[in-house]
Write a protein that binds this ligand. Structure first.
Ligand code: PMP
Length: 320
């Protein structure tokens, strides 16, 4: 998905724009943003990252980057967990990202990937006394998982890493092996997505999405102490539910069987956006189709991120 193909000798400039990366403090062609195999982060998973979307609005001929500063604030917190200080503030990184996107010149939806990584070329498991570097790149990106008809999920046999093992609160590259184990198990078993439980058997989240259930006209989502990533989309969903649907949200521990008896379930995240879950472990959720609250949130969310909801224009940074 993130394979860069601009160096293909047969590619024409028209079909494959040159993409750029912010790398070692400057913009370079993405194909030239390379690190050594000895890089600490490559050997030990000692990097933190973000996933940010930018949405193309054809009517306005504008690309809108979503919640840039919030993502860079979370990147900074994640970096601190791994004892890295980023030499740029969230606003500076947001500005660098806009510069890079302008240079890319894409006129379609984009996925932006910032990474802060242990760049020392050295052997040895530790976090201290190592250099760190920042890289940011963007690639054209469409759907990650279905957002319309609903997906089928499996409660994973893999458990979420605990805060005292690898903190889920940090978006740590090495920790994504946990999500990858769960996602592949689910997909190879014929499901679309995995729902992962905490060590003590409560609902945590999807492989790369936060989870909500709807019960009695209210949204319920696992608390931030249930080994979730504190999702930015999760916060936005609660805001839209409150402000646009007059639906309240509760953050609390969720039992596994509450999934089966919920009126609606959905996953959300930057990549996933909003994805209705219509079946879990071969049990239909509600009537087996996306429910009314999920559908309303879906519509208002997509309006907001494409710049079609005046009230939420402050979520967006125009690139052009
Ligand atoms: N949980 C995990 C494990 C994730 O990887 C993501 C995607 N970043 C999310 C939740 C959703 O977070 P956000 O809405 O900030 O993208």
């Amino acid at each position: 998905m993130l394979k860069q193909e601009t160096s293909s000798p047969t590619a024409s400039a028209e079909t494959t724009p040159v993409l750029w990366a912010f790398f070692r403090g400057e913009l370079v062609p993405l194909a030239d943003a390379r690190v050594s195999v000895m890089t600490h982060a490559f050997n030990y998973g000692t990097a933190v990252f973000e996933g940010i979307r930018a949405y193309w609005n054809g009517d306005e001929q504008q690309l809108f980057a979503l919640d840039l500063v919030a993502h860079y604030e979370r990147l900074k917190s994640s970096a601190r967990l791994l004892m890295m200080e980023i030499p740029y503030g969230p606003d500076e990184l947001a500005a660098q990202t806009v510069d890079m996107l302008r240079r890319d010149g894409l006129r379609e939806d984009v996925y932006i990937r910032p990474i802060v990584y242990k760049s020392s070329e050295t052997i040895g498991v530790r976090l201290h006394n190592l250099d760190a570097d920042v890289v940011i790149f963007g690639v054209p990106f469409g759907q990650y998982i279905d957002t319309e008809g609903g997906i089928r999920a499996q409660v994973s046999t893999w458990r979420r890493t605990d805060d005292n093992a690898i903190p889920a609160r940090g978006k740590i590259t090495g920790a994504y092996v946990n999500g990858a184990l769960a996602k592949s198990e689910a997909q190879l078993n014929g499901y679309d997505e995995a729902i992962v439980l905490t060590q003590d058997g409560h609902v945590s989240e999807g492989s790369a999405e936060n989870l909500f259930i709807v019960k009695g006209g209210k949204l319920i989502t696992p608390a931030v102490t249930d080994n979730i990533l504190e999702g930015i989309t999760r916060r936005r969903m609660m805001q839209l539910a409150r402000e646009r649907l007059e639906v309240a949200s509760e953050e609390r521990t969720i039992d596994r069987t509450e999934l089966y008896t919920a009126d609606e379930v959905f996953l959300c995240g930057t990549g996933a956006q909003i994805s209705p879950v219509v079946e879990i472990d071969r049990r239909k959720i509600g009537n087996g189709r996306p429910g009314p609250i999920t559908r309303q949130l879906h519509d208002v969310y997509f309006g907001a991120v494409r710049g079609r909801e005046e009230a939420y224009r402050d979520w967006l940074t125009p690139v052009y």
